[in-house]
Design a protein around this ligand. Structure first.
Ligand SMILES: C[S@@+](CC[C@H](N)C(=O)[O-])C[C@H]1O[C@@H](n2cnc3c(N)ncnc32)[C@H](O)[C@@H]1O
Length: 139
């Protein structure tokens, strides 16, 4: 490749493309930017869940052990509410006790929660309620 071509490619990748990208983001409305932010957060969280769970394995095992014992001792048919469920990283730890209902601010987690419920949840999945934990009137 000629030096000229190489410097044009360099110019394109390192200056023009980032400028176009920033311009496109800038042109989005406030709502579109918020949706994009939520999608990115949900995607990144979901993709890193397995690694984070592995990293926190000992701590989570310890934390969820007593919760599991408590839940298993309860009469069946109850509802467990997980506040800030994210992509369902804790589903793996709940016993076959009850119905797990998820309260989550970011609606973009919905699909990831369904996927995690199918893969890891022994209990019944009760779905997602998109709401702020600071105002749980909806519950
Ligand atoms: C660090 S993640 C934890 C995910 C998962 N529960 C876990 O233990 O790995 C925190 C989650 O809480 C949600 N969240 C933060 N503030 C919230 C609020 N006020 N109401 C409902 N959900 C909230 C975030 O959207 C995020 O998905």
């Amino acid at each position: 490749m000629a030096d000229e071509d190489r410097s044009f490619q360099h110019f394109l990748y390192h200056l023009i493309l980032p400028v176009v990208f920033v311009y496109l983001i800038w042109e989005l409305s406030r709502d579109q930017r918020e949706t994009l932010r939520k999608k990115i957060v949900a995607f990144v969280t979901a993709k890193t869940t397995a690694k984070m769970n592995k990293f926190l394995e000992k701590k989570k095992d310890k934390l969820f052990h007593s919760l599991s014992e408590f839940l298993e001792a309860q009469p069946s048919g109850g509802i467990l509410l997980e506040i800030g469920a994210g992509s369902g990283a804790n589903f793996h730890y709940y016993p076959k006790c009850c119905t797990v209902l998820c309260l989550e601010l970011n609606n973009e987690f919905e699909g990831y929660l369904e996927e995690s419920a199918q893969k890891y949840l022994k209990a019944k999945y009760g779905g997602i309620i998109v709401a702020d934990a600071q105002n749980m009137k909806v519950i």
